[in-house]
Design a protein. Sequence first.
Length: 173
Amino acid sequence: MTEGASVHASAVLVGERAVLIRGPSGAGKSRLAFDLILAGRAGQLPAAILVGDDRVHLDPVAGQLRVRPARELEGLIEVRGLGIRRCDFAGEAIVGLVVDLAASDAERVPAPQSLVTHLNGVLLPRIPVGTGYSALPLIIAVLTTGSRSRSVRPSDDCPKGFGNHMSPNIATE
């Protein structure tokens, strides 16, 4: 298999699809990858295993995006405070979600177009995460809950029109 160019990202296989984590150096890609693995072990998510940390290869295949670890980094993950650690890894996976850390377009109620991205010709769901915000709860929410409706604007589902209420029983006047 040809290696091709690698990209600066981490990836974790969660259940049957991989979460691709992008962001600048120091944004927390390795930390989030390890947090996803721990969340899988704790039962907050389906089983989760590292695909690659820091550098991965992306290949479009039959309308999907395959991610593979960079050969020289297979099974290695950085754990801040401990250094580089060895762990189990998946040799490849199909990307099902892209998480962009330190995203400039992160919003409290994101625009629909910011919740998708085209990567190597493949349209994928995306979570933009602002600097200083934890991505893990957002990923858990996306992977374990369904959308209440198919509205283009989440505020359309809110009886008050604000879009920040879970249900009429939780939000009071």
